[in-house]
Write a protein that binds this ligand. Structure first.
Ligand SMILES: [Zn+2]
Ligand SMILES: [Zn+2]
Length: 129
């Protein structure tokens, strides 16, 4: 018998993805309030189905609050000057608490009305000039 004793190469298809039953509830600390919340197995399946690779960082109330915050900023920016916004800030010049009709970007100094007008005299509508 002249049989070639070739062994079939065996391929091990290791399944690295756990089946849906293997998803277990995970406890995650919320980055906003610091409280641990449960990332349920069902939500993990949802995340995987959506192709999301990172687990959530915030608990549901904080996530909702953050979305509402972003939403408000987006709406205010989209509406431009038509919508009146009031953001509480501390004047970078005199240190007084004041409100400004826009959302100041981080790292940029914000001034109260009188300081702003003092620094930008051209914007004052003078009547006796
Ligand atoms: Zn939270
Ligand atoms: Zn000021």
């Amino acid at each position: 018998m002249s049989g070639s004793g070739q062994d079939d190469l065996k391929e091990f298809n290791e399944r690295t993805f756990p089946s849906e039953e293997e998803f277990q509830d995970v406890e995650i600390d919320c980055v906003d309030c610091g409280q641990p919340f449960i990332w349920t197995g069902g939500e993990q399946v949802f995340f995987r189905d959506k192709g999301l690779k990172h687990p959530p960082k915030r608990c549901k109330p904080c996530k909702k609050a953050k979305n509402e915050r972003l939403d408000a900023v987006m709406k205010a920016q989209a509406a431009g000057l038509k919508q009146r916004v009031e953001v509480s800030v501390t004047c970078a010049r005199c240190g007084e608490q004041t409100t400004v009709p826009f959302y100041p970007s981080q790292g940029r100094p914000v001034y109260c009305r009188s300081c702003f007008l003092e620094m930008n005299p051209g914007t004052i509508p003078t009547d006796n000039h």
